[in-house]
Design a protein around this ligand. Structure first.
Ligand code: NAD
Length: 373
């Protein structure tokens, strides 16, 4: 049988230290809205990038919270419309970049995000506003995906929204922006990138190009995440982590994610775990069951990364997480035995869970969660 696959990556990628200070030539039109979070506004990073946009009229919306709410999206969209933005630039972690994606669409699409997102009945018309994403964490890869993840504040439900209008026109990755990340955020976002890579690799919809990208990303992360955690100024490690996050992002942008991300949604929305922690806490457990349907492929990966077998590989990743003081057990997030059926039910409601290379049902997901309670 002839192998067939499709690979679609419309985003132009710019990578390099210091490049974000000179983006003016890449920006369409005159009016720019920069979407960022309070930290990046107060420490001057968002403004320094805006100041480099010579000749542009730059406005700022800087109130994006982690795991952004639909209400924040609507508030940012109101500013974008008032400013008649020709281009929206998201600067930050996944939270600010995801908001920039939907805001760039809402400039010309009327109404609230709720009209288009989960249960909304309207369809986004093609965006005419430019979209540039600039990551300041090395984790989500949102700069190269067509996904935005938003939380409904009243129901506490966090859900991804996938739309082809969300592919940024440009992803500008400057590792210098990650140097201020505190060690705990370096660890959690770095392991989020590892989850993207491994979930692309073991995905039931994996493809050869993405396997190669994912393997390379995992190697870079295993070699560099602890170095960046121990020494935040280590620019070689920081650059490697930015590159790995980007590459893992490209990989999972084609395959989507799997059980790890499906389970992360309730752990974040209901137990307050940061995205990177909510994902990586189940990583070793999902690794241990991934041999169920992908024994040979996972063994190849373990060997490529220098481990004798899948069990050693999972132990090694768990030890690495422990060495960065990351939580390894669900009770550390406040999860109790009686919460397990509900977490499993919410996780199973996300279709991506069925892309995991193991049987995923109430019994198996509850068992996995209990194994790390
Ligand atoms: P984040 O954007 O939520 O930021 C977390 C914290 O880190 C914030 O307090 C922020 O101020 C701080 N921070 C960011 N950059 C910093 C820097 N350089 N120095 C110091 N502090 C900094 O974190 P994140 O993990 O990057 O993003 C998580 C969000 O992205 C979640 O909502 C998740 O669901 C989403 N996500 C989206 C995709 C996608 O493809 N769209 C993929 C994965 C995750």
């Amino acid at each position: 049988m002839t192998e067939q696959f499709k690979f679609h990556m419309p985003t132009q990628i710019l990578f390099g230290r210091g490049l974000v200070k000179h983006l003016a030539d890449y920006i369409p039109g005159e009016k720019v809205l920069i979407v960022s979070d309070p930290f990046l506004y107060k420490n001057g990073v968002a403004q320094a990038i805006g100041d480099g946009m010579t000749g542009k009229k730059v406005a700022y919306f800087s109130d994006i919270e982690p795991n952004p709410s639909c209400e924040s999206v609507d508030a940012a969209a109101a500013v974008a419309r008032e400013h008649s933005a020709d281009c929206v630039v998201g600067i930050g972690g996944g939270s600010s970049m995801d908001v920039a994606k939907i805001v760039s669409c809402l400039v010309t699409n009327p109404g609230s995000i709720y009209d288009y997102y989960s249960g909304g009945t309207k369809k986004l018309c093609p965006r005419t506003t430019g979209l540039i994403c600039i990551p300041t964490t090395a984790g989500t890869g949102s700069e190269v995906t067509n996904v935005g993840v938003f939380t409904n504040r009243s129901t506490h439900v966090k859900l991804p929204m996938v739309n082809n209008e969300f592919w940024p026109d440009i992803a500008a990755i400057d590792p210098d922006l990650t140097v201020t990340l505190p060690p705990a955020v370096t660890a959690s976002t770095g392991m989020d990138a590892f989850c993207h890579a491994i979930e692309a690799y073991w995905n039931k919809e994996s493809l050869p190009l993405c396997d190669m990208l994912a393997m390379g990303a995992m190697k870079l992360i295993l070699k560099n995440v602890k170095k960046a955690y121990d020494n935040p100024q280590d620019m070689e490690a920081r650059s490697a982590m930015s590159k790995a996050s980007l590459i893992a992002g490209v990989a999972f942008s084609q395959t989507r994610t799997t059980g790890i991300h499906a389970t992360s949604f309730p752990l974040t929305a209901e137990f307050g775990a940061s995205h990177g922690i909510a994902c990586s806490i189940t990583l070793p457990a999902f690794m241990r069951i991934s041999g169920e349907l992908e024994q040979e492929k996972m063994q190849e990966l373990a060997s490529y990364l220098g481990y004798s077998c899948l069990e050693d590989f999972a132990d090694g990743v768990e030890q690495l997480m422990g060495s960065m003081k990351m939580p390894l057990r669900l009770h550390e997030l406040g999860v109790k035995e009686e919460d397990i059926p509900h977490i499993a039910e919410v996780a199973l409601s996300a279709q991506i869970i069925q892309l995991t290379p193991a049987v995923m049902n109430m019994e198996t997901v509850e068992r996995l969660l209990r194994s790390i309670l």
